[in-house]
Each structure stands twice: as C-alpha cells, then as structure tokens.
Write a protein that binds this ligand. Structure first.
Ligand code: MG
Ligand code: MG
Length: 254
C-alpha cells in the first residue's frame, strides 16, 4: 500500500525532517580529525531531543541474531557504505564520513544522509562526493507525476555510469512518512517508464550509495556495518522529498 499524504500530514513530516539539515549544520564544524564517531552520535542525539523529536534509528531491529540498532546515527567511514555503528573510532585527516540521521516527531519521520570530508580529502574522494550529490539531484528532478520509479533510478544511474562508479544495488531508497521505511522501494538504477507511477502526495527517501570501485557489498561481523566488497571508497547522500503537482519539494533541506 503506497501512502498518499495530505498537506496537513506533510507539515508534520516536514517538522520532523527539518531537524536533520539543522543537525548537519550543527555537526559540520565538529567533523574534524580527532573526533570519534561516538561523539558525533552523542551530539546529534542531543540535538534531535533538544528539538522535540526522538532519534528514530534507535531500536530498529537487526537481522536474525543481531541486536537492535543502538544509536541515533549511522556513521560510515571510507569503505563503509551505510549502517556503521558509532563508537570509539577516531576520524583522521582525509576520511570521508557518511552520517545518516532519522527523526520521529508527532508520529512522523524524517530521514536524510550526508557525506562529509574530514580535513583535506583526496581529489578522487571529493569527486565521488560531488558525483553522488549530482546523482541524487538528478533522481529528485525525475520524481514528478507521470514518471515512474524506474525514471528516478535511471536518472541516478546515468550520472553515476558516466563516471564509471559502482552503484550499490542491494540497498535502495524507500517511502517514508508515518513509518521510517514504507513501500515503495526506490532503486538507484532502473529503466525509464518502468515501475510504480509517481503521484502527488507520495513521500520518498532517495539515497544513492555509490562506490569508487564495484557496487558489490558485504556485511561486517557486527551484523550492521555494510562495506564495499572490494574495499573501495563509498559515499552516501539522502534526501526526503514530497512529490507535488509540479517540482518535488526537498523536505530535508533548509
Ligand atoms: Mg537515512
Ligand atoms: Mg533512508
């Protein structure tokens, strides 16, 4: 069942979603060599609570035999793709660090991710970040009524393929609004004109996960952290959007 949200509901979704870009603005100056991922998590967790919301990732069930997710953010460094566990890891000059944040406020959910450069990064890393941002933007531009889910994936894929990077195909974007993860799935690849028809009132999280090498992934023994199978660098950007009669609205941008 694909949710169609009313304007009133979008007001509530937007209030949950808007906390996340503000949390990123708050944390950006702190994402420097020497900080731990655990400290970044602590600061964002507090920021979310200070803004009348709850961190929605805490308690998300793991795969069989894996404890629920323990933190407010997924923090994924370098070859880590997504779902990294914050902890004692100290960030170093040249790292790229993906921070994925979920909020819940008044029963509605926000979800957004951004990758930050720690100090001075290699040009290849900065280019991967820039291309992934462009790919996300292309996907957002394709999210208009009359298009289909495959048009979004195709738009993302065209940008990524032009640079020879690897698309993580096993993980996808999703509906989000009254729950953190709702149908439909939103792959970062696809064919134009294929899949679910997009309609005003849909709320989607688009989230390309792009590797400098191949797109294959594996899960670390902690049961959460997803890494590139070839050890290459990975970058993740995510926006939550509202499909309207006209241009899509980005809910996780200030
Ligand atoms: Mg997310
Ligand atoms: Mg998401």
């Amino acid at each position: 069942m694909i949710q169609i949200y009313s304007e009133r509901e979008f007001e509530l979704i937007r209030q949950a979603a808007q906390i996340i870009p503000r949390a990123f603005e708050m944390i950006e100056p702190a994402v420097v060599p020497g900080i731990t991922t655990g400290e970044i998590n602590r600061l964002i967790d507090q920021f979310i609570r200070d803004h009348g919301a709850e961190p929605s990732f805490i308690g998300v069930p793991g795969n069989q035999g894996v404890a629920p997710f323990p933190a407010a953010c997924c923090i994924s460094v370098n070859e880590e793709v997504v779902h990294g566990l914050p902890g004692k890891r100290v960030l170093r000059e040249g790292d790229v660090v993906g921070i994925d944040v979920g909020t819940r406020r008044d029963g509605y959910y926000g979800d957004s991710a951004r990758t930050f450069a720690v100090g001075v990064c290699a040009p290849e890393a900065l280019k991967l970040m820039e291309v992934t941002r462009q790919a996300l933007q292309a996907g957002i531009s394709a999210a208009v009524p009359g298009h289909r889910i495959g048009d979004i994936g195709h738009a993302v894929q065209q940008v990524v393929d032009a640079h020879g990077y690897g698309i993580v195909r096993e993980m996808v974007g999703h509906g989000v609004g009254a729950a953190l993860h709702e149908p439909p799935e939103v792959p970062n690849y696809g064919r134009p004109g294929v899949g679910l028809l997009l309609k005003p009132g849909m709320c989607l999280a688009l989230e390309p996960m792009i590797n400098i090498g191949k797109g294959a992934i594996k899960v670390q023994p902690d049961g959460w952290t997803v890494v590139t199978a070839d050890g290459s660098l990975s970058v993740h950007f995510e926006h939550q959007i509202q499909i309207t009669e006209n241009e899509p609205q980005i809910l996780t941008e200030i």
